[in-house]
Ligand binder design. Structure first.
Ligand code: NAP
Length: 260
């Protein structure tokens, strides 16, 4: 991606090579966004970038990075700066998946990678890319959380806690940054038919037939619509909106005001 003039908008999507991220990349491409796509597998990333470039009149910059490496965020930012690309939309989509182990049996290194990708990398990418947005007084951020982050379900362990962080941070930033022209939207999907869901079904020994799933296209479209209409929180699927509403009511009725 190169430009002597910065004419078009550009979106940076982490995990844009598969699943929900790929569907979001397609929607952005349709709307004429140039794309910076980040994922680990170079070959797949390049294939997706070529496909989107040939289908839509856009330019792409595929960046192959492992987001579990702390230095990756600054490297991505520097590469984007070197190409003189202005990021108008940041999509923090890539995440590490939940593992089946009980907390005391988890491998510390994997937990640390999970925290790095889902929490620290997301926060530092946002911090790096929001600064120029604030300078311009315009920009959009879409963070992908999970229904698991809103209901403390033990099945999802530390992953659930990281997604709780993503949801809370997004809502805090939406209010903090709205006065300076930045919108922040959090997408809260339930089970979505992607590689990640398949791996989680397998690892946690969940029968997929017992779960109501959505397609990545539907989830991405809901998130994208919400983003474009300036919504702060998007929960795709009536069944998941109801599940969250019920969980919230149960939690509210469990609050004991206690003694003063
Ligand atoms: N699927 C669900 O049921 C579900 C439900 C709720 C929330 N979500 C959330 O939705 C988001 C997308 O999930 P998905 O289901 O679409 O996943 P997916 O189909 O497995 O795709 C994950 C994407 O992220 C990239 N990625 C994974 N680990 C990475 C790393 N360490 N560094 C850089 N890139 C990495 C992958 O490419 P490489 O493998 O090449 O790196 C791929 O492009 C995640 O935040 C997830 O937590 C998913």
């Amino acid at each position: 991606m190169a430009s002597t003039e910065q004419a078009s908008n550009a979106a940076l999507i982490t995990g844009g090579s598969r699943g929900i991220g790929y569907e979001l990349a397609k929607l952005c491409a349709q709307d004429g966004y140039d794309l910076v796509l980040v994922a680990r597998q170079q070959e797949r990333l390049q294939k997706v970038a070529n496909q989107l470039e040939s289908e839509w009149e856009i330019t792409t910059l595929p960046i192959s990075k492992d987001l579990s490496h702390p230095e990756s965020t600054q490297e991505i930012f520097d590469e984007v700066e070197r190409k003189d690309t202005q990021i108008d939309l940041l999509v923090n989509n890539a995440a590490a998946r939940p593992t089946p182990d009980r907390f005391d049996e988890t491998d510390l290194e994997s937990t640390s990678d999970l925290l790095q990708i889902n929490v620290t990398t997301l926060t530092s990418l946002t911090r790096l890319f929001v600064a120029p947005m604030v300078e311009r007084g315009a920009g959009q951020i879409l963070n992908v959380s999970s229904v698991a982050g809103e209901i403390p379900d033990p099945t999802f362990g530390v992953y659930a806690a990281t997604k709780g962080y993503v949801s809370t941070l997004s809502q805090v930033l939406a209010r903090q940054l709205e006065p300076v022209g930045i919108t922040v939207t959090v997408l809260v999907p339930g089970w979505t038919e992607t590689d990640m869901a398949q791996q989680v079904f397998q690892a946690l020994e969940i029968d997929p037939d017992t779960r109501e799933t959505m397609s990545p296209e539907e989830v991405a479209q809901a998130g994208y619509n919400g983003l474009q209409s300036g919504q702060t929180r998007v929960i795709p699927g009536q069944q998941y909106r109801e599940a969250l509403q019920n969980a919230l009511s149960t939690r509210a009725s469990n609050i004991n005001p206690g003694r003063q």
